[in-house]
Design a protein around this ligand. Structure first.
Ligand SMILES: Nc1ncnc2c1ncn2[C@@H]1O[C@H](COP(=O)(O)OP(=O)(O)O)[C@@H](O)[C@H]1O
Ligand SMILES: [Mg+2]
Length: 409
């Protein structure tokens, strides 16, 4: 394995007071990049510090999770679904930016210094496709820049959408770097939305294929909140669903929805698979709450199985990451629909912590942006040509960073 992982904290190596956090890397051609990911679940911010050279997936130096406050989570979820004025969006942008800045400073203090921060932001809207298609992630980069003094890379998805791509998923090339092997591999991320990566075996036929399969935890979180009157944020461990019985007729009807039947490239967001859909399905549901959750859990698993079977060449095993891997009811359903495929928790097999994986990928994507490298994602997002992903706000140590990057050529 080309990296080592070390969870938890190291002794602080810097004072993080919102002043310049000076150049952090010791080796002349390595960069230390703090990757930050906040996914559609809006549960918080995953942060990972990666040491990266000109090639390879880098070395994980540490990782943390900073949970959103309940009110920030609610504001983010409401904003992702409901109508929002420009003023409200701008205020939420600042508020999220401050949350990212706090999380970054805490991580830098606990894990060590960085040369740059690469952050994804919170998705507010995702409607790619056509000349007016767009994707919008918010969280003020200026807040992060001023708090840390570091170079910031952000807005990773926009250029891919302009190049005719879906703008998502962007993690698959990093999956390939980390998990590529002699045999084909399938990797699943069960975040709010689920995305599947199929990696060809080295020297084998086919090219990287990846796309969103539909809901990950989004429908389950939405149903748990709706059915508990807001008391629960998730069906923890899938316990509620486990008490119910799936309605196979409803399941078959839901699986015939356009999104599941459509070939890749494709990506999804909360607009398709979020609380409004849960409310609509619940209004016409005749059975019990437990049966509703059981059927949504079955839908989540069945849509992944359908995607793997129909749109990829298949693989002997499926490595599952993301919060959904912590839901044994969902994992068991997935295994039951994928006879002949070993469904495994990816963290256990690979040693890459599930909570760190996407943050690591964004640190790596940040490095590719800083190095001016265009990523070929045609077989993933459907882009018409490779483009450089991300926008850069130079920090105080920018000239030194450029000098180090010049050795990457
Ligand atoms: N023990 C658990 N049982 C059930 N669901 C869980 C558990 N742990 C995490 N999750 C689910 O995982 C989600 C967070 O997963 P994550 O991979 O961070 O998604 P995202 O990238 O969308 O933020 C939570 O919202 C929750 O639905
Ligand atoms: Mg998350």
């Amino acid at each position: 394995m080309a990296f080592t992982s070390r969870s938890g904290a190291e002794p602080p190596t810097c004072r993080c007071q919102g002043r310049s956090l000076s150049a952090a890397s010791s080796a002349p051609n390595t960069l230390r990049i703090l990757g930050m990911m906040s996914g559609t679940s809006a549960d918080g911010i995953d942060v990972a510090l990666l040491s990266l050279g000109p090639s390879g997936p880098g070395q994980l130096l540490g990782y943390r999770h900073s949970a959103y406050s309940p009110s920030l989570r609610e504001a983010s979820l409401d904003a992702a679904h409901g109508p929002l004025s420009v003023e409200e969006a701008a205020r939420l942008d600042r508020r999220l930016g401050r949350a990212y800045a706090r999380a970054a400073l805490q991580a830098l203090e606990r894990l060590g210094q960085a040369d740059a921060i690469a952050f994804h932001g919170q998705t507010l809207r995702h409607q790619p496709g056509g000349e007016e298609g767009f994707t919008l992630q918010i969280g003020s980069a200026a807040e992060l820049a001023l708090a840390s003094g570091l170079t910031i890379v952000h807005n990773f998805r926009a250029a891919d959408v302009v190049a005719g791509g879906q703008g998502a998923p962007l993690v698959p090339p990093y999956h390939q770097l980390l998990f590529g092997a002699s045999e084909p591999r399938a990797v699943l991320n069960l975040g709010g939305i689920a995305n599947l990566t199929w990696i060809p075996g080295q020297g084998g036929a086919g090219s990287l294929c990846a796309f969103d399969t539909g809901p990950g935890n989004a429908l389950l979180d939405g149903a748990a909140a709706l059915l508990s009157g807001g008391r629960l944020l998730q069906d923890r461990g899938g316990a509620w669903a486990a008490r119910g019985q799936e309605d196979t007729r409803q399941l078959a009807r839901w699986l015939s929805w356009d999104f599941f039947q459509k070939p890749p490239p494709k990506s999804a967001g909360r607009a398709q698979f979020g609380a409004p859909l849960v409310s609509e399905l619940w209004r016409s549901w005749a059975g019990s709450p437990a049966d509703f959750l059981a059927t949504l859990t079955a839908l989540t698993a069945a849509s992944v199985a359908l995607a793997l079977r129909r749109w990829t060449p298949g693989a002997p095993s499926l490595w599952v990451f993301g919060g959904g891997a912590e839901n044994p009811t969902l994992m068991a359903k997935l295994a039951s629909y994928l006879d002949g495929v070993a469904v495994e928790r990816g963290a256990r097999l690979s040693g890459v912590p599930s909570q760190a994986l996407e943050a690591m990928a964004f640190a790596w994507l940040g490095a590719q942006c800083l190095a001016g490298r265009a990523l070929p994602l045609g077989s993933v997002t459907g882009q018409s040509r490779p483009v450089i992903l991300g926008e850069v706000l130079p920090g105080r140590a920018w000239p030194g960073l450029l000098e180090r990057l010049s050795r990457w050529r």
